[in-house]
Design a protein around this ligand. Structure first.
Ligand code: BGC
Length: 687
């Protein structure tokens, strides 16, 4: 038998009727099927197979941050730290390992398709799903997403990449139309997908809910046929998001291959209506065959045909090891006036954030609910289908107590700021845990909720020294920043989060995380100071607003690129993160698109520096862009020369006429630094 996926798909199709082919072009949603057929697990998607031809059922589960619980209350599954935490590690190797770990757990749970690979850029700082994604930079997000997809698919299962494209906020996601200049789109949001698809070769692309330039992403011929297939040569299948399909023939002809969770849409468009469209000659039989071909070739290419899943026990010991290393690598030390690591303290006040119960996680379809999680009621504006606010096990309080055996550790839940401040005043150090829950289907704000800013201010005013540990899925404003001695961004840190946080606080872990997203100093600094559509009424029980348009006038200058353009000073820049050691940069040599330089560990501890290479100016334009980076692990006193090759698409601009990236001849000003705003070396290279 040939191993070429296209030959195999064609051989299968030759033995299939048109009805059988159409049978592959939609998935059911087992979560809502009553009764659920025997042998079908509770999950998001199920494409019945063709036993006669050896095509297995496809069981799809969400998987951004671990195998999602999908209606299971408690689950044997490892929760990885959230996407922003993974991105904060800036490590393709770790992203790959994390992907391989979820892939293996998914297989053990009987799934052969992961709805993973979220790579929408953090264009909107308040997007309720930023925690699932990989930050604001197309190169960083694309490279990490590709590495994670590779890890997943190496387990002989399919991964998606999603949500294609411009699903940049949750408010109005089903109705809004997003648009921007084509060149800018190619240089930002589309570039993240392009890079990840190239590196990861995902079996499937999931189309987004929203419209792009007025046309739903699931029936947008420009996105699906022209860009994805035409320009990028993508060979896999396009599945819709759940409830994102609005037609049969227009969607099929525009390039959608499969309707997901068809119970979720107004009609099972890709069943009878699609067959009727073929009868009527509006969709050709050749197009149906092509749709089924793309599906089957991905099953062949990803190993799903040859390696049937056999449910067993997930390896939770391996899961915990990966989750812990990922959480440790993702913690970002934002501020430290010498207070951390904690040494020689005799009493600690741990305050707030339900630090006695667990670590916060983000809500929505990606929700993982490991055994031992604790659930709280969601706020009233959360989606109806929310599983609640889930605290995953591994309480920081327990980890702090375990680490500080001879230290008096007292806990206050933070419900009464004056009481918490009294405890803080009696202790050597106060550690305040501040949380902000984020979820799919709802956007958030940049402000810590529930009076936590006041709590932190009260504690910091009373305590000798105050550490603030943030668990948020977005940047937040920090009106109390000057009063805090140290600030640790722990995101949603997953199954081993408590231990990872304690490891950083006590210095067992030398922090190396770097912000994958800018922390603005105010909403006014954002390209869209007000959340688009944020003041529109909710008109139905799905949470929809009336339709509205968003024009991303900032173009490709999102995140730090926007700050560079406006000259505004953020609270913390993209790429920022402190260490318990210090680094020095020297000796920049530029050779075409390669930058080589020395990094020295000038402190007393081993540490990891993430050296970032930025374009500052290209012929005819000033614009900051991350063009490459290197993670450098250095012993105290050690110096290493590293070479970073710029990705030429980040030096280029998009030429709409030739439909390609174009690197203009001339001088390019390049800088090397430890964040987008801390640039230590600069030079000019000619290309
Ligand atoms: C989300 C997708 C998810 C799907 C299936 C949708 O609500 O947008 O990311 O994969 O549900 O659960």
């Amino acid at each position: 038998m040939s191993s070429d996926p296209d030959t195999r798909a064609a051989a299968l199709l030759d033995q299939m009727s048109l009805e059988e082919q159409i049978g592959l072009l939609s998935s059911r949603m087992p979560l809502v099927l009553k009764p659920r057929p025997d042998g079908v697990p509770k999950c998001a998607g199920w494409v019945p197979g063709l036993p006669r031809l050896g095509v297995p059922d496809l069981f799809e589960t969400d998987a951004s941050l671990g195998v999602a619980a999908a209606g299971r209350r408690e689950d044997l599954a490892t929760a990885l730290p959230c996407g922003l935490a993974l991105a904060a590690a800036w490590s393709p190797e770790l992203a790959n390992e994390a992907g391989a770990m979820i892939g293996a757990e998914a297989r053990a749970k009987g799934f052969n398709c992961l709805l993973a690979g979220g790579v929408n850029l953090a264009r909107e700082a308040r997007n309720g799903r930023n925690f699932e994604y990989l930050g604001e930079d197309p190169l960083l997000a694309g490279v990490l997403c590709g590495a994670s997809i590779q890890g997943i698919q190496a387990q002989n299962i399919v991964s998606t990449i999603k949500h294609f494209a411009l699903n940049s906020q949750e408010t109005g996601r089903m109705v809004l139309s997003a648009s921007m200049d084509e060149a800018a789109f190619r240089e930002s949001d589309l570039l993240a997908f392009q890079i990840a698809i190239e590196a990861g070769e995902p079996g499937s692309v999931m189309s987004a809910y929203n419209r792009v330039d007025g046309v739903y992403a699931s029936e947008n011929p420009w996105l699906l046929n022209d860009v994805l297939r035409g320009d990028w040569g993508y060979k896999g299948w396009v599945m819709s998001d759940w409830g994102a399909v609005h037609s049969a023939a227009p969607a099929a002809n525009a390039g959608l291959d499969q309707q997901s969770g068809r119970e979720f849409d107004r009609e099972p468009f890709f069943v009878e209506p699609l067959a009727a469209a073929v009868d009527a000659g509006v969709v050709s039989a050749a197009r149906i065959r092509e749709m089924a071909h793309r599906y089957l070739r991905s099953l062949a290419a990803c190993g799903v045909l040859d390696h049937p899943v056999a449910p067993g026990m997930p390896d939770l010991v391996r899961g915990a090891d990966v989750a812990r290393r990922a959480a440790e690598a993702g913690v970002v030390l934002l501020k430290n006036d010498g207070l951390l690591p904690l040494e020689g303290v005799r009493s600690i006040a741990v305050i707030g954030g339900r630090a006695d119960i667990g670590v916060l996680s983000g809500g929505g379809s990606s929700q993982v609910i490991p055994k031992g999680s604790v659930r709280f009621d969601p706020p009233p504006d959360a989606p109806r289908w929310s599983a609640g606010v889930i605290y995953q096990p591994d309480p920081p309080l327990e980890a702090i107590r375990a680490r500080a055996a001879n230290v008096h550790v007292a806990f206050d839940d933070g419900g009464d700021a004056a009481r918490a401040a009294r405890l803080a005043a009696e202790s050597d150090v106060a550690i305040v845990f501040a949380v902000e829950w984020a979820t799919e289907a709802l956007d958030t704000t940049l402000r810590l909720p529930d009076g936590q800013d006041d709590l932190i201010a009260a504690v910091a005013a009373a305590a000798r020294r105050t550490v603030v540990v943030l668990q948020t899925g977005n940047p937040v404003l920090m009106p109390w920043l000057d009063a805090a001695g140290a600030v640790v961004q722990a995101w949603y840190p997953g199954s081993e989060g408590g231990k990872a946080i304690a490891g950083v606080l006590f210095g067992d872990v030398n922090p190396s995380g770097r912000l994958p997203i800018t922390f603005p100093a105010s909403e006014a600094q954002l390209p869209h100071p007000r959340l688009p559509g944020g003041d529109l009424p909710i008109v139905n029980d799905r949470g929809d607003t009336p339709p509205f348009d968003i024009v991303y006038t900032e173009g490709s200058d999102l995140g730090y690129r926007w700050f560079a353009r406006t000259g505004a000073t953020p609270l913390f820049p993209f790429g920022h993160g402190l260490s318990y050691t210090t680094f020095r940069y020297a000796g920049l040599a530029l050779d075409g698109p390669a930058a080589s330089f020395e990094v020295t560990n000038t402190g007393h501890r081993a540490g990891v520096e993430t050296a970032q290479v930025y374009l500052l100016e290209a012929p005819g334009r000033r614009q900051q862009r991350l063009v490459g980076w290197a993670r450098v692990a250095l012993e105290p006193g050690e110096t290493r020369r590293v070479t970073v090759q710029a990705d030429r698409r980040l030096l280029a601009d998009w030429d709409t006429e030739t439909r390609g990236f174009r690197v203009r001849g001339g001088d390019y000003r390049i800088a090397v630094g430890s964040s987008a705003a801390a640039l230590h070396l600069e030079g000019v290279t000619s290309l």
